[in-house]
Design a protein around this ligand. Sequence first.
Ligand code: BT5
Length: 241
Amino acid sequence: MHLDERVLLGLAATTRFGDVRLLDEATSTNTVAAEAAAAGAPEGLVVVAEHQSAGRGRLGRRWEAAPGTSLLVSVLLRPEGLPRERWHLLTAAAGIAARTACGEGGGFFPRLKWPNDLIVEDRKLAGILAETSGDAVVVGMGLNCSAAPEVPGGAASVDEVAGRAVPREDLLVAWLRALDGLLGRWDEVAAAYAALCATVGRRVRVTLPGGSLEGLAEGLDPAGRLLLREADGTLRAIGAG
Ligand code: BT5
């Protein structure tokens, strides 16, 4: 991927994303950004890789992408004034921004699936992984662009849904711009996420470290937890699963 000097200067002038590093290969862009965070890098670092040798999802799962087919990106944020119990709103903002980027770049709007996916017809288009590193948060996204791997449940790619080759540069810049505009507007992010979340209103099974829960996803509470109505009528708020 190549970003024009003009585009980089534009990003630096109008967003917090003034330091964009394009790598051919990384273990994981989240790891690279977390190491920079630990070394004191300021908010706004962006790490992009053509390929990850150890791309990861949540709970030790793998994120797979053939070299050059995907947008693999992590941003370093230092969310001052955002209490830790609302840090999930960073994942929500990244998801909303990715939806905007697909709309601008590809002319379609994927759905958001709680807690961290973008889906097209139930196939996964993108996944988001937010990880803390001291008082910083690294938010990583893998967005399938020209191809998607075979995964259980199926995966989708931007080019396939858009019906044409959408430049990854355009998706990256649109994502960063949209994300920059959402950060700090936390109540709006929470409301937009709740409104866009395709999970709400569906019967779901939530897998948790100690087992699983089933019920009707009734909504999201202000902290972004999924409100699950179990068969016996109990309403549970689940932070992640
Ligand atoms: C996620 O985890 O969805 C978060 C993925 C975050 C990846 C980005 S890439 C840039 C940054 N650097 C990293 O190392 N990570 C982030 P989770 O909800 O746990 O979903 C993982 C599951 O998604 C896997 O177990 C597969 O079933 C499936 N999967 C793996 N690769 C996929 C792909 N390219 N497209 C769709 N599904 C995939």
